[in-house]
Structures are given as structure tokens and as C-alpha cells.
Design a protein around this ligand. Structure first.
Ligand SMILES: Nc1nc2c(ncn2[C@@H]2O[C@H](COP(=O)(O)OP(=O)(O)OP(=O)(O)O)[C@@H](O)[C@H]2O)c(=O)[nH]1
Ligand SMILES: [Mg+2]
Length: 300
């Protein structure tokens, strides 16, 4: 990959919670590498999805949504997003066009202007609004952000995604690829597996519960028969939450485990035995080692 024609660079994918950043990263990579959910604040740490287009390797840094943080974890998430943006060759601002320029988006635009880095804007979820509104919003965003380019896309339906990918491939600097051609993410298999279980918490639990939880990998063992045995712990903050995660007769935990096992097996490309345990730790939010495992900096 020392071909002088190759390109490679970091694109930080930033925006408000739930804008569709992670969905877009998966669409650009062409495979699921980061988790998504209909609930806001799904992504907790920076994870990279690696997309290839022609001679370019596009290192897509998926970041947590930026919002006004309250808890320590929220502060660490928002800090991770901004540092991802600061380190990038190019920022890709994703805006949910059905939401428009909310106060959150407004403050992100102000923050981006301070960075003075090249910017591309993706107006996402165009499948949800009519063309007139879309054009008005895109004109307003273009005026506010002065981007190199602005795209109207649907990350779930695929509209505009290939045009955006081409533009990102053209925009990253010339240079050798940083990763092998077959690598799709910088996350380890353990991290992806923990995320895939966490995705099920977002999909299967209500209201605040997913936010009060974190996944820790206890053991990871490759068996001689080619399968992998994984033990993960779901940490929650209260006994009442533990009861909900386990469900009647263990039914909820079983459903979470089955769905996560399928996703993890697909990611690893082999048979997986997944064992989940639920543990109460009211202070995990204040435990430095939890932050380290998630991949977040401790924020004072
Ligand atoms: N209708 C529609 N929904 C979309 C589109 N893109 C993403 N979504 C949905 O928007 C929701 C949020 O998607 P995510 O990719 O998790 O959003 P995110 O910006 O990564 O969210 P955080 O990680 O919480 O900041 C999910 O339910 C997606 O299916 C789109 O183009 N159209
Ligand atoms: Mg996300």
C-alpha cells in the first residue's frame, strides 16, 4: 500500500444524539461495525469504521452524540466526540432533517466553526420529510456552516450514500493506508461483542435502563471445536433494574442473550456460546476501570 496514488484519512462523524451517525458509518463501511438504536445516546466511545473506495481508505470515527452533559459518563462521551473531531482530517456533520437545527445542533455548529477544519454536511433521514422543507433546511445549514459540500442522504435507505462516499474518498489526503484492506474496524472482537450485547439492552429494555447499564467481558475462550465461549457481565445500578433485565423466570435475559449471541456469531464468523450475568454496582458510573474498558477518558 505504498502506492503514491493511495489516499487515507480520518473523518470524524459528529452530530446530535440519534442523528444517524452510526447507521451512516455502517452504510459507508458496507457492514455493521458499530451499534445503532432508536434511543438517543447509544454510542458511548469513539470507534472506527474503515471504508474503502477505489484507492482511498476512509477512517470513519463514529462518535457519541453531542448534547449538554450532566453525569460523569455523559461528560466523558461528549469529550470523546469533540476530541475525535479535533484529531480528524475532515469533519462530517450529520443532521437529522426531521429534527432540523435544534439548540443541540446549533451549539455543535458553533463548536465546529471554532475547529476551523474542512467540513462536509450530511442531511440525513431525507425519507422522513418533504422536498420543500428539505431544500429550505439545506440552504439554512449551508449558510450557517459553509461546508465544502452538503449531501442529502438516507443512511437506512441508501440514497446519496455512494455520492457521499465518493466525496469523502476524494477529500482525504494522499498517503498510505493505515490498516490492512480487510480490516473493517479498529475495535477488538471483545469490544464489538460487548457492544452487540449492549445494543440488545437498547432494543429490549425500556426508558432509562440501558443508560444505567454497562457490559464487561469476564472471560473469552476459543474452544478446540472452533467455537468461542464468552462470558459477559451486565452491570446495573439497582436491584430493581437487575430484576427487570432478568425478567420473569429469566425470560428477558434469555432473549437478550439469544439475540446478542446471533449478532456476535455473525461478526466473528463462528459459533458462539454466550453467558450473561447481571450484577448490581450502584457506583459503576464512578469507577475508573469501567471507563477504561469502554474506551473513554476519565473526566473530572
Ligand atoms: N428514517 C430514517 N431513520 C434513520 C436513518 N438513519 C438512521 N435512522 C434511525 O435513527 C436512529 C438512530 O440511529 P443511530 O445510527 O443509532 O444514531 P446515532 O447518531 O449514532 O445516535 P447516538 O449514538 O445515540 O448519538 C435509529 O433508529 C436509526 O434506524 C434514515 O436515513 N432514515
Ligand atoms: Mg451512534
Amino acid at each position: 500500500m505504498s502506492d503514491p496514488q493511495t489516499r487515507c484519512g480520518f473523518v470524524a462523524v459528529i452530530g446530535a444524539p440519534n442523528a444517524g451517525k452510526s447507521t451512516l458509518v455502517n452504510a459507508l463501511v458496507g457492514q455493521k461495525v458499530v451499534i445503532v438504536s432508536a434511543k438517543a445516546q447509544t454510542t458511548r466511545a469513539r470507534l472506527m469504521g474503515i471504508a474503502i473506495h477505489e484507492s482511498a481508505q476512509i477512517l470513519l470515527v463514529d462518535t457519541p452524540g453531542i448534547f449538554a452533559p450532566r453525569r460523569r459518563l455523559d461528560r466523558a462521551m461528549v469529550a470523546a466526540a469533540w476530541s475525535g473531531a479535533g484529531d480528524a482530517d475532515l469533519n462530517l456533520l450529520v443532521v437529522d432533517c426531521a429534527e432540523g437545527i435544534t439548540p443541540e445542533v446549533d451549539s455543535i455548529i458553533t463548536g465546529i466553526a471554532r475547529l476551523q477544519q474542512p467540513l462536509v454536511v450530511a442531511l440525513n433521514k431525507i425519507d422522513l420529510i418533504d422536498k420543500g422543507k428539505l431544500l429550505a433546511l439545506s440552504a439554512e445549514l449551508a449558510a450557517r456552516t459553509d461546508p465544502q459540500q452538503l449531501f442529502m442522504i438516507s443512511a437506512t435507505k441508501g440514497d446519496g450514500v455512494m455520492d457521499l462516499k465518493q466525496a469523502l474518498a476524494d477529500a482525504v489526503p494522499q498517503g498510505p493506508w493505515h490498516f490492512p484492506a480487510d480490516q473493517l474496524t479498529d475495535a477488538t472482537d471483545r469490544m464489538v461483542a460487548a457492544e452487540l450485547t449492549r445494543e440488545q439492552l437498547y432494543a429490549q429494555l425500556y426508558r432509562e435502563l440501558p443508560y444505567a447499564s454497562v457490559i464487561e467481558t469476564e472471560t473469552w475462550q476459543d474452544r478446540p471445536d472452533g467455537s468461542t465461549e464468552i462470558r459477559q457481565q451486565i452491570l446495573v445500578e439497582r436491584d430493581s433494574q437487575k430484576a427487570i433485565v432478568i425478567g420473569k423466570g429469566g425470560s428477558r435475559l434469555k432473549a437478550i442473550g439469544e439475540a446478542a449471541r446471533g449478532e456476535i456469531a455473525e461478526h466473528l464468523g463462528r459459533k458462539v456460546h454466550l453467558f450473561l450475568h447481571v450484577k448490581v454496582n450502584p457506583r459503576w458510573n464512578e469507577d475508573r476501570s469501567v471507563y477504561r474498558d469502554i474506551g473513554l477518558e476519565w473526566s473530572d
